[in-house]
Design a protein around this ligand. Structure first.
Ligand code: ATP
Length: 573
């Protein structure tokens, strides 16, 4: 193959993947595409289109649906009060004129574009598309962005433009996991991405898709995918999961997870989506430079705001405002405060393979805490030393389930978020959510909290709702592997009440032609019943739909395993 890959080929790939029902089919389509149509020099161009949320090379577009709507309206030369323009602006709402596309911006846009664009492909290559997307991301004004969108519209058909919009919104809804995509590309791609967060590097280093790659360690200056916490629902099951381990419990802080990479005077602040946050420089970099006692290191922790008048951490949400105040040189009684709870790299070695206990010791050697600016979270030291009298400690080693319960109770009475339990003997693993860290949050302890379940079937109504689906069969995910997408759903209960007629109609319309997966948040009587009728072991009494979660992807549906734990814990309290 010497020809450049055309966008039309990628668009048929996306359409096929989306249409295919099984994960095996989806994967084989993608593999065939790579094998047949791509040369090594095309890998990055293609991968960044299929995994847009992992592409760090071009910054953000600054185009969420509402701004994108206005830019598209202008790019198409439509009047802003025309009915199509209003449909685009009100894309979320159902209504007389909206079909199954309501709630899906790209589909609404595609219907509007269909009447304005030709059907023939514009012949754009994926390289040309990526160049235009680069321009779109770097364009500063809305007018410039509109001009680029107008060029894109001229060079594509409605189908192509629909997928471009989904790429811009970074959500292709293909129903194939990032894990599968990486795996089809190269057996070592996921591992390499996890330690570099650099898709371009992955595509270049693994251009020989058969040759195995030596496992790479983390590096200062390259974001690492953070270790995550698995959710548990009560202290007893947390304790059971960590049976026989030496366990530390810590307060779960409610700020921004930030990795600080220090390389002498160069300091980076990487967030969970591996973007650098230079806005923290003004408030933090001098403090980091002076109080981290080694030239090179990576810290893992939470960026928060410390209120020095109240002598406590401020509520979530003020980081950006305080970072800006620091930049503008404004005085404030509130300031950025970084709480380091882990250390991943010291000097010129990665330390993620050492135990958490050893890493805590390193943290104490490497970081000199500065009250209210830079703190460390280690049992019996660090931040604990600064707590006001009467307040619970921020982190401590526990010896029994009673200790965990007490810590949890004290923490949620004094602070909101909950607690994290960690195995002190465990190493730090990029992107792992397998249970070395567990999180326990108060809302799940109260039975009767919302349960996010997936619609898996419908029942026709009678009377006023005759001839239309009026109730849903909802399911729970079976998720044996917490790191993978669920493959099976178990029927759980039947639910019909809670939605207005209009909301119900919108859900039904959206489900119909595309068999989209929609998540419902349901509540119920706190008591559950052993279920004879449905596949899940327990059902709900008097379930009621609280709201439709269009914002939640299907794979974030509650799983049976977690639900059973929730039932056991609420029965026990
Ligand atoms: P949530 O919505 O519950 O915050 P999440 O999806 O953001 O969860 P999780 O993996 O479930 O992420 O929980 C881990 C997050 O908790 C970390 O990303 C971090 O931001 C935060 N956190 C707060 N305190 C701690 C702590 N002491 N140790 C580890 N993570 C902590």
């Amino acid at each position: 193959m010497t020809e450049e890959v055309k966008l039309s080929v990628v668009v048929s790939l996306f359409t096929w993947i989306q249409k295919s029902r099984t994960s095996a089919k989806k994967r084989s389509k993608f593999r065939k595409f790579l094998d047949t149509f791509c040369k090594p020099s095309d890998y990055f161009s293609a991968m960044r289109l299929i995994l847009p949320s992992l592409d760090r090379e071009r910054g953000t577009y600054g185009l969420k649906e509402s701004v994108l709507a206005v830019c598209l309206i202008d790019a198409l030369g439509m009047s802003r009060d025309s009915s199509d323009a209003l449909r685009l602006i009100n894309w979320r709402k159902g209504g007389a004129n909206t079909g199954a596309s309501a709630g899906n911006f790209a589909l609404v846009a595609a219907e509007i574009l269909q009447r304005r664009q030709g059907t023939a492909s514009g012949g754009l290559t994926i390289k040309e598309l990526n160049d235009l997307l680069d321009h779109l991301a770097s364009a500063e004004s809305r007018a410039e962005k509109t001009a680029i969108l107008s060029t894109l519209i001229n060079k594509t058909n409605a189908q192509e433009m629909k997928w471009i919009i989904m790429i811009i919104l970074k959500d292709l809804k293909l129903g194939i996991s990032e894990k599968s995509i990486f795996h089809e590309f190269h057996p070592d791609a996921e591992d390499l991405f996890n330690v570099t967060c650099d898709l371009k590097l992955v595509c270049e280093k693994l251009r020989d898709r058969i040759q195995r790659h030596k496992r790479q360690d983390i590096e200062v200056g390259k974001a690492v995918r953070p270790q995550l916490a698995r959710r548990v629902y009560d202290p007893a099951s947390a304790w059971k999961k960590l049976h026989g381990k030496e366990v530390v419990v810590e307060c779960k802080f409610d700020g921004d997870r930030i990795q600080i990479h220090k390389n002498r005077m160069e300091i980076h602040y990487y967030s969970r989506n591996f973007l650098d946050h230079p806005e923290y420089e003004h408030g933090m970099s001098n403090i980091i430079a002076q109080n981290i006692l080694v030239d090179r290191c990576i810290l893992d922790g939470e960026m928060l705001v410390w209120d020095s008048t109240l002598n406590r951490f401020a509520d979530f949400g003020s980081n950006q405002e305080i970072a800006k105040a620091a930049k503008d040189g404004l005085d404030s009684e509130r300031q950025l405060c970084y709480v380091a709870f882990d250390i991943l790299y010291v000097g010129d070695t990665s330390v993620i393979h050492q135990s958490l206990k050893e890493r805590h010791e390193l943290l104490q050697k490497v970081v000199k805490p500065l009250k209210g600016h830079l703190e460390i979270l280690v049992p019996n030291g660090g931040l604990n030393a600064h707590r006001p009298p009467g307040e619970p400690c921020w982190s401590c080693v526990t010896y029994s389930v009673d200790d965990v319960e007490r810590f949890f109770k004290e923490t949620i009475e004094n602070r909101d978020e909950g607690i994290i339990l960690k195995d002190l003997g465990s190493k730090w693993e990029p992107s792992d959510r397998s249970g070395k860290w567990l999180k326990l949050k108060p809302d799940y302890i109260h039975a009767g909290s919302d349960l996010d379940v997936l619609i898996i079937g419908g029942y026709y109504g009678s009377g006023r709702r005759g001839g239309e689906v009026a109730q849903f069969l909802v399911g729970l995910a079976d998720r044996p592997d917490p790191n993978a997408y669920p493959r099976r759903f178990l029927s759980f209960c039947r639910v019909g009440t809670g939605l207005t007629d209009d909301d119900l109609e919108t859900v039904v319309k959206k489900l119909k032609p595309y068999f989209r997966s929609i998540i419902l948040s349901i509540t119920s009587d706190i008591r559950t019943i052993r279920s004879e009728v449905f596949a899940a072991p327990y059902g709900l009494r008097f379930p009621r739909i609280d709201r439709v979660r269009y914002d939640k992807p299907w794979h974030e549906c509650l799983d049976v395993q977690s639900f059973v734990e929730l039932v056991h814990s609420s029965n026990g309290t």
